[in-house]
Design a binder for this molecule. Structure first.
Ligand SMILES: [Cu+2]
Length: 327
């Protein structure tokens, strides 16, 4: 039994080392600087553990001559004071140098940057186009590859923390304060992030995607995202838009170009184009829209959106088809 469990436990813990939300697969400049810190500290810790284990084994099982040598006062002074002070001071200074990474990166960002506000339990994201138009999005951050971008982090409720492990270390979002994190994606692709400061019941479901795009694709995307919502293409989608407006969704949500201008919930102008729904609690699909509308409190307990259990199945389907079409 134990022989089977050990490798299983090791495999399980190692499986956390790769994937879309791992500080150990850096795809950002700051994360790439932090990565060696992890391996250096892990390597030195392993070496020290190995050394101590050998000395303890000698002290218990070794030949009398070796044990006598270990019994001297030097082992207390050398192994108990000098060695730890030297090793830990060295690691401390090395850590300080590496952790400056974020600070030294500040000021390298060009352009208007992005403002992300921690909400209960989602992320409000405000971009500015090169010609100065500001617009909102939510629950996803897109970045151009190879360019440092200043991300202003804020909160209007409790403390949250913005952590995109593949890009950089985490930074807190503190009410009444603006913290600036400079992110520079070094390769294109999508990775996941997570709120890293307990902020209430559904904190674990407050995640997001970061999508790094080559500069020209990013520029195209920014232009499309800044535009108003696309018009319904089918009768069903048009009916879906009516249902959206009739059911009061616009009190909390904005869909630019429809007259819905609420700001209590995520901006839905281009919700169909995002990788996930409800801060990565659900995939982005028509079924997920429908599920969210009728049982969002089950999916994300105590979130601030009411459930719409009274919608008829065909209404639900039409409304979801409209939302899905908002790319
Ligand atoms: Cu949180």
């Amino acid at each position: 039994m134990r022989r089977n469990l050990l490798p299983l436990a090791a495999a399980l813990s190692l499986s956390g080392c790769a994937g879309v939300q791992s500080a150990l697969s850096p795809s950002g400049a700051e994360a790439a600087e932090i990565d060696p810190l992890f391996w250096t500290v892990t390597g030195i810790s392993a070496a020290v553990t190995g050394l101590v284990t050998i000395l303890v084994a000698i002290a218990i099982f070794g030949p009398p001559a070796w044990r006598a040598r270990l019994a001297g006062g030097w082992i207390v002074w050398g192994g108990g004071i000098v060695f730890p002070v030297v090793v830990l001071s060295g690691l401390f200074v090395y850590g300080l140098i590496v952790l400056q990474a974020g600070a030294t990166r500040a000021g390298t960002a060009e352009g208007p940057g992005v403002t992300i506000t921690g909400k209960r339990w989602w992320w409000d994201v405000v971009y500015t186009t090169p010609d100065g138009r500001e617009f909102r999005s939510a629950n996803e951050l897109r970045l151009p590859v190879g360019r440092a971008v200043a991300i202003r982090l804020e909160s209007d409720n409790v403390i949250h923390s913005f952590w995109a492990p593949q890009l950089a270390g985490k930074l807190d979002m503190i009410p009444g304060r603006t913290n600036v994190l400079t992110l520079e994606a070094t390769e294109p692709g999508a990775s996941r992030g997570q709120c890293a400061e307990y902020c209430g019941g559904a904190h674990a479901l407050m995640s997001f995607w970061v999508v790094a795009l080559p500069q020209d694709q990013y520029d195209d995307w920014l232009e499309r995202e800044a535009a108003d919502a696309r018009e319904p293409q089918t009768a069903a989608q048009a009916r879906g838009r009516e249902l959206f407006l009739e059911n009061g969704c616009g009190a909390c949500h904005t869909i630019r170009g429809t007259g819905a201008e609420g700001v209590l919930g995520p901006d839905l102008t281009h919700v169909g184009g995002r990788l996930s729904l409800a801060a990565a609690a659900l995939p982005n699909s028509r079924a997920a829209f429908a599920a969210w509308l009728v049982e969002n409190d089950h999916i994300k307990p105590e979130n601030l959106m009411p459930e719409y259990g009274y919608l008829e199945p065909d209404e639900l389907d039409t409304l979801s088809a409209y939302l899905e079409s908002l790319e």
